[in-house]
Design a protein around this ligand. Structure first.
Ligand code: SF4
Length: 240
């Protein structure tokens, strides 16, 4: 009996947060409450959940994928496979230009001496350029992921006057796992190899069992965000 009650409670909880995320996505993608909108995805360990939810509302939503040219090959393969699987019709790969990279990181070692400058070059600026013309952007941040993210709200403003939409703010790891299972979503191949949060290859490590999900990101430094996200209603733009 207790097991049945617990199972029912879990199902009800998942249905509630799923519906709440879908409601926000419909308001944004169908009703247009946030103007012209793009979805930003890293095609990482948990990205399939937000992409699947968005695909249930509008498969033609512009999806921006920032390829830093430091990605795992598995991520690039997964990006194509997942986009096909969900039949997303407008996935746009965004990168710093070869000229910019030659000028600022010719040996590809900037991440070792100044990871903030590297993220600024390879992620923040290309994304800012790609977001030109959009009024808002959807992302997959969750409150449980870190103290920096504990107070995120469904809709926030960034310093460029754009709205940032956070449909997954209430989701925790159990909800994510349950949703993957319920919809039989394809997993990023590195998840089975111990990677629970996946960014660029040089800055991502395996996570020990029971450790914080994002502890494998910039594991040897104090850095926790790539610089494209909002803290206290400001984009943290970390320029060297
Ligand atoms: S995560 Fe690492 S390699 Fe990727 S852009 Fe940031 S510092 Fe550079």
């Amino acid at each position: 009996m207790l097991h049945r009650v617990e199972t029912l409670a879990e199902q009800t909880s998942l249905e509630w947060i799923e519906q709440s995320s879908l409601t926000l996505l419909k308001q944004v993608l169908v009703d247009g409450i946030a103007g012209n909108t793009a979805l930003v995805s890293s095609f990482g360990a948990e990205s399939a959940v937000l992409l699947h939810l968005a695909s249930r509302v509008d498969r033609s939503v512009p999806v921006l994928f920032v390829d830093t040219r430091m990605m795992f090959q598995e991520t690039l393969d997964y990006q194509r496979k997942l986009a096909d699987y969900l039949r997303l019709s407008d996935v746009r790969t965004v990168s710093a230009s070869s000229t910019q990279i030659r000028r600022e990181d010719v040996f590809g070692r900037l991440h070792l001496k100044d990871p903030d400058a590297c993220c600024d070059l390879r992620k923040t600026r290309p994304l800012e350029d790609a977001l030109e013309g959009f009024d808002s952007w959807i992302n997959g941040r969750k409150r449980h992921q870190s103290s920096d993210r504990a107070n995120i709200r469904p809709i926030e403003a960034d310093e460029n006057g754009r709205l940032k939409i956070n449909p997954l703010l209430h989701w925790d790891r159990e909800d994510i796992e349950a949703y993957f299972k319920l919809h039989a979503l394809p997993r990023h191949p590195l998840v089975a190899d111990g990677f629970t949060s996946i960014g660029c290859a040089p800055c991502t490590a395996r996570v020990k069992s029971g450790a914080d999900v994002r502890s494998g990101r910039w594991a040897d430094s104090e850095k926790t965000e790539c610089g494209i996200h909002v803290v206290n209603n400001k984009i943290v733009r970390q320029v060297a």
